[in-house]
Design a protein around this ligand. Structure first.
Ligand SMILES: C[S@@+](CC[C@H](N)C(=O)[O-])C[C@H]1O[C@@H](n2cnc3c(N)ncnc32)[C@H](O)[C@@H]1O
Length: 351
């Protein structure tokens, strides 16, 4: 599996699970909330451009998802294109953008923009996307952006700028953060530069802390020699768990349970343990939610699966024993109830 395949696999899985959640984890609950968040992002982008844009501009969104930001931008520009590594996101974008024929979306490799000719866009932007990519993929995009951007065009970029932070190459959602010096150098290497000195705040990579979502305006300084060869860092552990992926699945499942949608929470936890069977707490969480919903037998089956996969996991064995004991008690109790009920009927029949 190469990095393109890995990004496709993971993002398709997320899009099939709940696209709105994985695009806007804080604003996914209803279509209206989600749409409003797209309006807010589009406005922030236009404000960052400070009136520099023209309606005739051709616009490219890299990592467009289902078109959350493209939709509100559609009334400002004559032609917009969105690309995404995930075919499942693109499939859903067709519905989300069905009323906007001048907005097109397509699935791409996730590592280049080979579908587009040189100088074919006036504005390229990307939001909460580059932060999830391995550094070499981001650099390849910068090379490609230089190629597809008009000499007078702009790149409007959102990227956490702050302390250096990286995660393994195969982690397709963990957040990377770039020191200012590194990002300036990478832009420079690819014929690009900030229009204004960016204001940098300390950026957190903890998902529970807000991090920098500001847009930065970048211009093209000179063309660079096209170089499409990529020395990809091989994926050593393609199925290595991503802590942020797991934390977000858990968060979503918890939200579901709290809002009374337990079956959706159960479905999510089931897909989490299928994807990451080594995530032991996920199994316990699944069994707990099943139990809360009186699905004792399913909870037992879940723990039996866990203990078969991880026979030395003592906590798993202990929980399984407790569940079996609970079932025994329930069966005995319901047998007694049944007997009392039967006796009651018999007594009534004969007295
Ligand atoms: C958090 S979502 C944001 C979507 C959209 N930018 C928005 O703000 O609504 C990240 C998106 O980037 C896409 N993505 C991830 N890696 C990508 C890559 N290497 N190339 C293109 N798209 C990518 C994902 O499939 C997902 O749709």
């Amino acid at each position: 599996m190469n990095i393109s395949e890995k990004m496709k696999q993971d993002w398709n899985q997320r899009a099939q699970h709940h696209a709105r959640f994985w695009i806007a984890t804080e604003n996914y609950q209803t279509e209206d909330v989600f749409a409003q968040s797209g309006q807010d992002t589009a406005q922030a982008l236009l404000i960052a451009l400070q009136g520099l844009y023209q309606p005739s501009w051709k616009v490219l969104d890299i990592g467009c998802g289902i078109g959350r930001v493209l939709k509100p931008l559609a009334s400002y520009f004559e032609a917009l294109v969105g690309v995404d590594v995930s075919s499942a996101m693109i499939a859903q974008s067709k519905t989300w953008l069905s009323e906007y024929p001048h907005v097109t979306t397509l699935e791409t490799s996730g590592v280049d923009l080979q579908e587009f000719g040189d100088k074919s866009f006036d504005l390229v932007y990307s939001y909460v996307t580059f932060q999830h990519m391995a550094r070499p993929v981001f650099e390849q995009y910068l090379r490609e952006i230089n190629r597809v951007l008009n000499p007078q065009g702009y790149l409007v970029l959102q990227l956490p700028i702050g302390p250096y932070h990286d995660v393994p190459t195969e982690d397709t959602i963990g957040i990377r953060s770039y020191p200012l010096k590194e990002i300036v150098q990478k832009l420079h290497n690819n014929g690009l530069a900030f229009c204004h000195d960016p204001q940098v705040t300390v950026t957190s990579t903890d998902i529970h802390q807000p991090f920098d979502h500001r847009f930065h305006i970048i211009k093209k300084i000179h063309a660079i020699k096209p170089s499409m060869s990529v020395e990809w860092v091989p994926l050593k552990h393609p199925q290595h768990p991503s802590p942020l992926d797991i934390a977000l699945y858990e968060t979503y499942a918890e939200d579901c349970v709290k809002s009374g949608h337990s079956q959706e929470g159960i479905r999510t936890l089931r897909s989490l343990v299928n994807q990451y069977p080594q995530h032991l707490e996920g199994w316990l969480h699944l069994a707990a939610v099943l139990l809360e919903n009186d699905q004792v037998q399913q909870a037992i089956t879940t723990m039996q699966e866990l203990t078969a996969l991880h026979p030395r996991y003592q906590e798993g064995q202990a929980v399984l024993q407790q569940l079996l004991a609970k079932r025994q008690q329930t069966t005995t109790a319901s047998q007694e109830e049944q007997e009392q009920f039967t006796c009651g009927i018999t007594d009534r029949a004969f007295n």
